[in-house]
Design a protein around this ligand. Sequence first.
Ligand SMILES: NC(=O)c1ccc[n+]([C@@H]2O[C@H](COP(=O)([O-])OP(=O)(O)OC[C@H]3O[C@@H](n4cnc5c(N)ncnc54)[C@H](OP(=O)(O)O)[C@@H]3O)[C@@H](O)[C@H]2O)c1
Length: 247
Amino acid sequence: MRVVVTGASSGIGRAFCELILSSRTEAKVLGVGRNEAKLNELKLKYGGRFDYVVADLSIIGEIRRVVDEVKRCLGSVDVLVNNAGFGTYKDVLNHSDDDVLGLVGVNFVAPYVLVRDLVGCMGRGSVIVNVLTAGIYVLMVELSMYGASKLALYYVTEVLRRRLKDRGITVVSVFPGVVSTEFHRRAGLRGISGGVPAEVVARAILKAVEERREEVFIPKYLKVLKVVGPKLIPWYGFKLSKTQHHD
Ligand SMILES: NC(=O)c1ccc[n+]([C@@H]2O[C@H](COP(=O)([O-])OP(=O)(O)OC[C@H]3O[C@@H](n4cnc5c(N)ncnc54)[C@H](OP(=O)(O)O)[C@@H]3O)[C@@H](O)[C@H]2O)c1
């Protein structure tokens, strides 16, 4: 089983790599991220079964280089996990050009280009996983541009699923709620309390891959959002902890 995981250096992506490498001894994983030290830790731990590409997925030339490296290193792909992503807690009017281009680049352009350019290396029975967010079903006022980029990915994911069905390729949408990773600190908060551990999300993704499920909500009860939404009801999230924002 040949697996590509973006955002393999941290959080959900790293937990997924660890899970699949420890539970599926035939798995060979190619991880993508910017933090080479973290990626190299996995390489040292799993030897020849894990390799990595250091790339900044906000840059189109780097995304194309990842495509080339995947073809060179793996040849074919059985599971593509588009997990890399980030957010920015900011007022909707305060996003710089670079903020917008970066968010759209990593959260939308990169997964789309990877699917478009790697699907030719994927045969019947293979699986594409796009990590979205349950937040697309509410209006994430403080994470507006992040929400917009994930909503764009959601839309394309729905079309891709229908487009690739005849080729026998399953497209899985993953909708996590709050997960206790570096995400929120990187997005501008000093941290959050609570949230589901990344390992729980990783297990849910692997189960969805094995069972060829088309969508998975973590925790499961968040599926209710599908029934009531997407109505884009304002969600102020961590507004109470606004004092925690970095200056
Ligand atoms: N945490 C949550 O509450 C939550 C909720 C819903 C959905 N999600 C989604 O889950 C996914 C994983 O996030 P996480 O919670 O595991 O956060 P995380 O611990 O911050 O991990 C994010 C990963 O994305 C990679 N990444 C970010 N920007 C990148 C760039 N420009 N180029 C290449 N790689 C980049 C990071 O790699 P490097 O640092 O090495 O570049 C890192 O491996 C994201 O798509 C996120 O939107 C998270």
